[in-house]
Design a protein around this ligand. Structure first.
Ligand code: CA2
Length: 147
């Protein structure tokens, strides 16, 4: 069985496409999921969003236990606050791609210091929703045919 890629999304991303379109674009999270599945092809994908830190940690634990092929994570505001998510990601043996729709470094100073980047294999920021399929393609490249 091919191991899945886990795509995890943090708080408020369920509102994507409805507000602040000048920053985050018009694409909804449901459409982002479709883009990810298209990019993954036959590789299975677990796609989740939560506004609750413990739920995201639970999905990281699930990815560790499988183990998943890789994790693509947009931790949203937890990027800057969550040592608990950082600690959970440290236990994951495979590649981790940290993803942001916006270029966090062009924004206010509170968005500049990611805790998650210290454990990420790679960081994608500023490509808009197109960053998601780009991350999936990159994950496939990183993990090879069989994961
Ligand atoms: O650019 C990203 O993907 C972010 O991870 C999004 C987070 C922000 O805290 C990060 O610094 C960068 C915020 C997500 C808020 O999502 C919204 C979606 C639609 C409308 C309003 C907010």
């Amino acid at each position: 069985m091919t191991a899945p890629i886990h795509v995890l999304n943090g708080p408020n991303l369920n509102r994507l496409g409805t507000r602040e379109q000048e920053i985050y674009g018009r694409t909804t999270l449901a459409q982002v999921e479709v883009l990810c599945r298209q990019a993954a092809g036959t590789v299975p994908l677990e796609f989740h969003q939560s506004n609750a830190e413990h739920e995201i940690i639970g999905w990281i634990h699930a990815a560790i236990d499988l183990p998943a092929r890789g994790i693509v994570i947009n931790p949203a505001a937890f990027t800057f606050t969550s040592i608990a998510i950082l600690d959970a990601l440290k236990m994951f043996p495979g590649p981790i791609i940290e993803l942001h729709i916006s270029n966090i470094h062009r924004r206010e100073a509170i968005y500049h210091r990611s805790l998650i980047s210290t454990v990420a294999t790679a960081v994608i920021a500023g490509l808009g929703p197109a960053g998601y399929p780009a991350a999936i393609k990159a994950m496939l490249e990183l993990t090879g045919e069989d994961g």
